[in-house]
Design a protein around this ligand. Structure first.
Ligand SMILES: NC(=O)c1ccc[n+]([C@@H]2O[C@H](COP(=O)([O-])OP(=O)(O)OC[C@H]3O[C@@H](n4cnc5c(N)ncnc54)[C@H](OP(=O)(O)O)[C@@H]3O)[C@@H](O)[C@H]2O)c1
Length: 275
């Protein structure tokens, strides 16, 4: 029940209607008996500064930041964690007595989604498709864990910029086309583009390039066309709900200082996905 003492957590994005985060977090708050409430806020680009100011003005405890604000938000914050600074994107803000601190839990979310499925990262070679905000966090996560990265993006310059940003963390190379010479040297392929979100999207990679030894990981959810093809080929397939779950777990712990009820959050996510 909402009372005078309820702490508000929100999500700022445009669009925001599709978000599953309110269901996951509200169920977790309720399970632990915490007087918190998570609400979506549709924030357009031109109001981002005002919306961030409102976190302090309205004593909102924390927010998630989603597309398209993850990079633009940084300039309005009082503090940014080293990791988020390095990645150049914030997806979680904590209001600690009127000091707004930004974090990035996407990198951790991606790494935990793989570890949870016993997928090794250290010394393994990855092909990352895409060079947007999510790809940046994913490349950072892989390199920090000792993996190596080939990156491909439709707009090559963005992949080059990611290489420049992270090359001191480990091996990262840009590829301008994806063919067998690339896919045969990698163990894991990650779709970090937004392809697969819409039913009629083309696949980000030809299924002919996949082999049963590959791990195919897609951060788009629910299940994409290429995930289904990869399953048919016999690849180990990891979907985007794992990353969604684990970034939420990390954010929950930042806001509450408590251990997140992972099983409840996972169950809720599965329930809302099958609706
Ligand atoms: N599972 C999770 O927890 C999680 C977390 C974060 C994001 N996501 C999902 O990941 C996706 C990417 O998010 P983002 O924040 O990185 O978005 P973003 O910054 O807008 O980047 C989009 C990426 O997709 C590429 N792309 C878009 N349309 C394309 C097309 N028609 N052909 C080829 N490439 C195309 C873009 O290439 P260009 O650079 O050439 O435009 C860019 O690399 C979204 O669907 C988002 O919902 C999932």
């Amino acid at each position: 029940m909402i009372t005078g003492k309820t702490k508000i957590i929100g999500i700022f994005g445009d669009p925001v209607e599709h978000t599953l985060s309110p269901s996951i977090h509200n169920e977790a708050f309720q399970y632990l008996g915490l007087n918190y409430c998570y609400v979506p806020f549709h924030v357009k680009k031109e109001y981002l500064k005002d919306a961030i100011f409102a976190i302090k003005a309205l004593n909102i405890k924390g927010v998630n930041i989603t597309v398209p604000h993850k990079e633009a938000v940084i300039k309005y914050l009082d503090e940014v964690s080293d990791e988020a600074k390095y990645i150049g994107a914030v997806n979680t803000i904590l209001n600690n007595e009127e000091t707004l601190k930004g974090f990035n839990t996407d990198a951790k979310g991606f790494v935990l989604s793989l570890k949870n499925e016993k997928i090794l990262i250290k010394d393994k070679i990855f092909l990352v498709l895409g060079a947007g905000g999510a790809a940046k966090a994913i490349v950072y996560g892989i390199l920090k864990e000792g993996g190596r990265v080939y990156i491909y993006n439709r707009t090559l310059a963005k992949a080059m910029a990611i290489k420049e940003r992270f090359s001191n963390l480990g091996f990262i190379e840009v590829v301008s086309i994806i063919d067998k010479s690339v896919t045969e040297k990698v163990q894991t392929i990650v779709n970090a583009t937004s392809l697969g979100l819409k039913k009629d999207d083309p696949m980000p990679l030809s299924p002919e390039l996949l082999k049963s030894e590959h791990v195919y990981c897609d951060i788009v959810y629910p299940e994409t066309h290429l995930m289904k093809e990869a399953e048919k080929i016999g690849c180990k397939v990891i979907g985007g709900t794992g990353m969604l779950l684990w970034q939420a777990v990390a954010a929950f712990e930042i806001w509450t200082g408590l251990q997140a009820p992972v099983e409840i959050m996972k169950k809720t996510l599965n329930k809302v996905l099958t609706k």
